[in-house]
Design a protein around this ligand. Sequence first.
Ligand code: UD1
Ligand code: MG
Length: 409
Amino acid sequence: MNRPTAAIILAAGKSTRMVTDLPKVLHEVCGRPMLAYVIDACRAAGIGRIICVVGYRKDEVIKAFADDPDLIWVEQAEQRGTGHAAMVCGDALTDFDGNLLVIAGDMPLLRTETLELLVQRHEKERSAVTLATAMLDVPTGYGRIVRDEYGNLEGIVEESDCTEPQRRIKEINPSYYCFDKKLLFQALEDVRPDNVKGEYYITDALKILIKNGHRAVAVTAVAAEDAMGINSRQQLAEVGRIMQDRIQRNLMCNGVTIVDPSNTWIDIRAEIGQDTVIYPFTYIHGKVKIGKHCIVGPFAYLRDGTALDNDVVAGVFIELKNTIMGKGTRARHLSYIGDARIGQRVNVGAGTIFANFDGHQIQQSTVGDETYIGNGSILVAPLTVEAGQQIAHGSVVRQHDNGSRDGSS
Ligand code: UD1
Ligand code: MG
C-alpha cells in the first residue's frame, strides 16, 4: 500500500430478516461475533484506522469490543441505508486523505488477502473506486454487477430494483469497496433514496462516480465461498459451517486428526496440538487449549478456560469447564469436571463429578499428581486433594474446616 488506507465497517443495521433482539453483528460465528472477523481481516491487512458505524443497540456492540481501544465508533442514529452510514463518518475522517475501504460488517468470511488485492489493484489502476466481485450460481439476494457490452462496469443494482434480465446476472456485489476518500464523499452528496426501499445506497455512489467520468474497476476476486453475507438465521448457519470447515482444515494441516469433521464443532479460539485425535460428536466451545497426543471424545464437551497438557484423555461423555489437566491425566468416561486444577497422571474414574457450585458461588478444587479417584465419586469444592491419594469408589469427598480431607462412602 502506497497511500494511507482507512476502513469503514458498516454495522448499524437492525436486521429485520434475522428476527432478533441482538444487534446482527454480535451474532456469533464459531464462537466470535461476526463483526470481530471483519475487524481482524482489516487489521491483518495493515489498516491502522478502522471506523465502525453503529446504531441499533450501539452500546452493546461497543461494549463487546471493549478490549479493542484502537477502534473508532461512529453513530448512525437512524439507519437510512449503507450510503448514509458511510456519510456519517465524514467528521471522523476530516484529516484523512487516501484509500478508503467500505465493508459490510455482516460478512465474516472475507479474507485479508482479498482486501490486500483490492487495495493493490485500486492503486495500480488509479481508480476512483475498485470493487471485488464474486460469481454465484444462485445470486439471489445480492446486488448485481451491471457491465456494458465491453465488460466495463456500469453500476450495481439491488435485487429489489432489478429488471428481469438483470436478475439473471450471476456476478454479484459482496460489499468490498475501495474508494478514493475525497471522491466518495463528493459522490455521496448526490446520492438520493430513489429506490424501492427508500434508502441511501453506497452502491449509488459508485454509479455517480462512473457517470461523472471517474475510473471504476471491478475485479472478480472473491471466491463464491467467501461472498456470503449474513442476513438471516439460515445464512448464519451456512456461514458458520463454512467457517467451521476452515477451522478444521487448518487444524488438520497442523497434524490434528478429526475423525468425523461434519459431526465435530470447534471454536475458532481453540488451540489443539499435533497428533491429538478428536472423536465424533465433540463440541469445543471457548478458549480451550489441548496439548499433543491427547484423545478427546467421542461425545466430549470442552468449555471455556479448559487447558489439557500433552497425553491427556478426555473420553466419552466428559464435560470439562475451566479445568486444567496435567500431562498423562485420564478421564475416560462419564464425568463433569468444573473449575479444577488436576495434576499429572491422575486417574479420574468413570462417573466422577466435581461439585463446584454450592448454591451461591462457584468453588475451586485442586487434585495433586498421581491421585486415583475411584468410580462414581463426588468431589465437593472447595477441596484440595494431596498428591498420590487413593479415593475409594463411590466416595463423597469434602474439605474439613481444618483443611483435612474426609472420605466417606
Ligand atoms: C448489501 C449491498 C448489496 C450486496 C450485499 C452483500 C447495498 C445497498 N447493498 O445489501 O449490493 O450484495 O450487501 O452482502 O449496500 N448498515 C448500516 N446502516 C444502514 C444500513 C445498513 O450500518 O443504514 C449495515 C448493516 O448493519 C450491514 C451492512 O450495512 O452490516 C449491509 O447492510 P444490509 O442491510 O445487510 O445490506 P444487504 O441487503 O445485504
Ligand atoms: Mg447484508
